[in-house]
Design a binder for this molecule. Structure first.
Ligand SMILES: [Zn+2]
Length: 50
């Protein structure tokens, strides 16, 4: 199953096989990554430095 980004709907890429952490393949997207084990989503905030 290919996961798609909830923000831009592009395909998401798993960081490491079995890590359950997926990041968006679109560099312009504010969605950063999701951890499927916790369901937590991380987003970049426009105009803010993390
Ligand atoms: Zn995205």
């Amino acid at each position: 199953m290919v996961k798609s980004c909830p923000d831009c709907h592009k395909a998401m890429i798993e960081f490491d096989m079995g890590s359950h952490v997926f990041h968006c393949s679109n560099p312009d997207c504010l969605f950063q990554y999701v951890d499927l084990r916790t369901g937590k989503e991380f987003r970049k905030e426009r105009g803010k430095t993390i």
